[in-house]
Write a protein that binds this ligand. Structure first.
Ligand SMILES: Nc1ncnc2c1ncn2[C@@H]1O[C@H](COP(=O)(O)OP(=O)(O)OP(=O)(O)O)[C@@H](O)[C@H]1O
Ligand SMILES: [Mg+2]
Length: 463
C-alpha cells in the first residue's frame, strides 16, 4: 500500500473469509442481488429456515455440541437432497456450521472468535463487519441477515451477564465466556443500526522476546523495561486506544518476583499474572435500580488494607488516581497502571486532572509533588500507521522544578522513513544519563545491566 500519496484511503477488504486450518467460513462473499453469490446466500437462508423448523431451539440447547453438529449435518444433506439443491460437501458443512453457530453461539461472529489472527471485531450494523489483523483494519465479507439478527446476538451476550439491551438501556459493557471485552450500542444512540465492538482476549501473555521480534521495542529497551519492573519501580504505561497498554502491562508483570503479594484492580479482568500470590479484584456496575456500584477507588482503598506488596490497576480513569499515587508513595513500590494519553507529558497532565477530581481543594503544587515522588517511569505506546505497535518513548519523572514536573528521556523512537512495503523504519534512541531511581536498581544488583541497556550516550538501535 502506498502511504506517501495524499487523498482518500480505503480500508483493505478481505475476499477470502476462511480462517486458519480447520475453521470454515460460513459465507463466501458479499451478495449482490441476482449474482451467483446472492443465489447461494438465498439457498443457505432457505436451508437454515428449514432446519430451524425441524429442530426445536429448546431441544438444541440440551444436546451436546457433537450431537447437535451431527444432527444438523444430517438435516442439511437431507434438505439439500429433497429440494435437489446442488451443494458440494464443503458447502453443506459450512451451512451446518453457520446454523449451529446461530443456534448456540454468536452467529457470524463465531468464525472470527475462533480465528486467532483476529484481534478486534467491529460490527457496524448488519452488513458491515471489520476485523483487525496484524494491526490493520480489514473489512470482511461476513454479515448478519438483518439488524434483528445483530440484536439477537447482542441480547445473547447481554443475558449471559445478567443484563439486557433495549431502548431504555441502549449501551452495554460485557464480557464473553472466553474473557473477550464487548461493547454494544444500539438505536436511538447508534444511527446506523446496532454496533458491537469486541476486543478479543488473548490467552497467552506476550513475552518481551516477542515484542522484540515484532519490532515493538529494541532488545536494549526490552531489557531496561524488564529490569524496571523487577526492581519495583512505579510504572505508568500511557497510550491511545488499542495501542497495546494492557499487553505491555501483562509482560511487565511477568517480571515480578514470585514471593510478592499482588492485588490487581480492573473493570473487566484482562491481566494474567503468573505469580502464585495474586488477588484479583473487579469493580461492580450498579444494578437496574442504580444501587450497589463498587468503583475502582473503593477497591484501591480496600486493597491498601490487604497488605499488598504491589497494586496493579488495569487502567486509571478517575479519582482512583489520587489513591494510587498515595499507594505508590506509601511503601507499595512496584505498582503499575495504564492511562489513556498521547505522550508522557500528557499522561502527567491527565493524572493531575484525575487527582483534582478526587480532591478539588488540594493545591496543584501538592498534587505535582505527589506525582513526582510517586511515579518513576512513564512508557508511551502507539499503534503506528504501519500497524505495528511500538514503545515510542520512555521517560523518567526526574523531579519538580518550581511548579513544573520535569521528565527525563531514557528512550525515544525516531521515525526515519518508510520501506517499500509500507512498514516504517526508525531507531530506538537511547538517551543515557543517570536516572533518579538508579540507587533502587543498584540495590537489586542490576545497576550494571541497566546502564548497559541504557548505553553511555545517544547510541541508536535500529529496527
Ligand atoms: N506489541 C504488540 N504487537 C502486536 N500486537 C499487539 C502488541 N501489543 C498489543 N497487541 C495486540 O493489540 C490489541 C490491543 O492490545 P491491548 O488490549 O493491550 O491495548 P490497550 O492499549 O490496552 O487497549 P484499550 O485502550 O482498549 O484498553 C490486542 O489484540 C493485542 O494482542
Ligand atoms: Mg487496555
Amino acid at each position: 500500500m502506498s502511504t506517501s500519496s495524499f487523498g482518500e484511503k480505503f480500508a483493505e477488504t478481505e475476499t477470502a473469509t476462511a480462517g486458519p486450518a480447520g475453521t470454515v467460513a460460513p459465507e463466501a462473499a458479499a451478495d449482490s442481488p441476482g449474482s451467483e453469490f446472492g443465489a447461494r446466500t438465498k439457498t443457505m437462508d432457505f436451508i437454515q429456515d428449514q432446519v430451524l423448523t425441524l429442530i426445536e431451539p429448546a431441544i438444541a440447547v440440551r444436546l451436546s455440541q457433537e450431537a447437535l453438529n451431527t444432527r444438523v449435518d444430517e438435516l442439511v444433506s437431507q434438505i439439500a437432497g429433497q429440494h435437489r439443491l446442488l451443494l458440494n460437501e464443503i458447502e453443506q458443512r459450512s451451512i451446518a456450521v453457520r446454523i449451529v453457530d446461530d443456534m448456540i453461539g454468536l452467529g457470524p461472529l463465531e468464525p472470527l472468535l475462533r480465528d486467532e489472527t483476529v484481534a478486534d471485531i467491529m460490527i457496524n450494523g448488519a452488513k458491515t463487519i471489520y476485523v483487525e489483523r496484524r494491526g490493520k483494519l480489514v473489512l470482511t465479507s461476513l454479515h448478519f441477515r438483518n439488524d434483528a439478527h445483530v440484536m439477537h446476538v447482542a441480547q445473547r451476550i447481554a443475558s449471559s451477564v445478567g443484563r439486557r439491551v433495549d431502548e431504555s438501556s441502549p449501551m452495554l459493557d460485557a464480557r464473553l465466556a472466553d474473557g473477550s471485552r464487548v461493547n454494544v450500542i444500539i438505536a436511538p444512540l447508534s444511527l446506523k443500526g446496532p454496533c458491537i465492538s469486541i476486543r478479543k482476549f488473548s490467552h497467552s501473555i506476550m513475552r518481551f522476546s516477542r515484542f522484540v521480534e515484532l519490532g515493538s521495542v529494541s532488545p536494549e529497551l526490552a531489557r531496561a523495561l524488564e529490569i524496571a519492573a523487577r526492581c519495583r519501580l512505579n510504572i505508568i504505561i500511557s497510550g491511545g486506544t488499542g495501542s497495546g497498554k494492557t499487553t505491555l502491562l501483562n509482560a511487565l508483570s511477568a517480571m515480578i518476583d514470585h514471593g510478592e503479594r499482588i492485588v490487581t484492580i480492573e473493570d473487566a479482568a484482562e491481566l494474567q499474572l503468573q505469580q502464585p500470590h495474586v488477588i484479583q479484584l473487579e469493580t461492580r456496575q450498579p444494578n437496574i435500580e442504580g444501587y450497589g456500584e463498587i468503583n475502582q477507588r473503593d477497591l484501591v482503598r480496600n486493597a491498601l488494607r490487604m497488605r499488598p506488596d504491589r497494586i496493579i490497576i488495569g487502567e486509571v480513569r478517575g479519582p482512583e488516581a489520587f489513591d494510587m499515587m498515595q499507594a505508590m508513595n506509601t511503601g507499595h513500590n512496584g505498582s503499575m497502571s495504564t492511562v489513556h494519553a498521547n505522550s508522557a507529558r500528557d499522561a502527567i497532565a491527565r493524572i493531575e486532572n484525575m487527582m483534582l477530581m478526587a480532591s478539588a481543594n488540594l493545591p496543584i503544587r501538592a498534587i505535582r509533588a505527589q506525582i513526582t515522588s510517586a511515579i518513576d517511569i512513564i512508557i508511551q505506546t502507539e499503534r503506528m500507521r504501519d500497524g505495528v505497535r511500538r514503545v515510542t518513548e520512555v521517560a523518567e519523572v526526574a523531579g519538580a522544578e518550581e511548579d513544573i514536573i520535569s521528565l527525563g528521556g531514557l528512550f525515544a523512537y525516531r521515525y526515519l522513513g518508510e520501506n517499500a512495503d509500507g512498514s516504517l523504519r526508525g531507531v530506538f534512541e537511547r538517551r543515557g544519563g543517570r536516572p533518579r531511581f538508579m540507587p533502587r536498581i543498584e540495590y537489586y544488583g542490576l545497576g550494571a545491566a541497566f546502564k548497559e541497556a541504557l548505553g553511555s550516550g545517544a547510541e541508536e538501535v535500529a529496527t
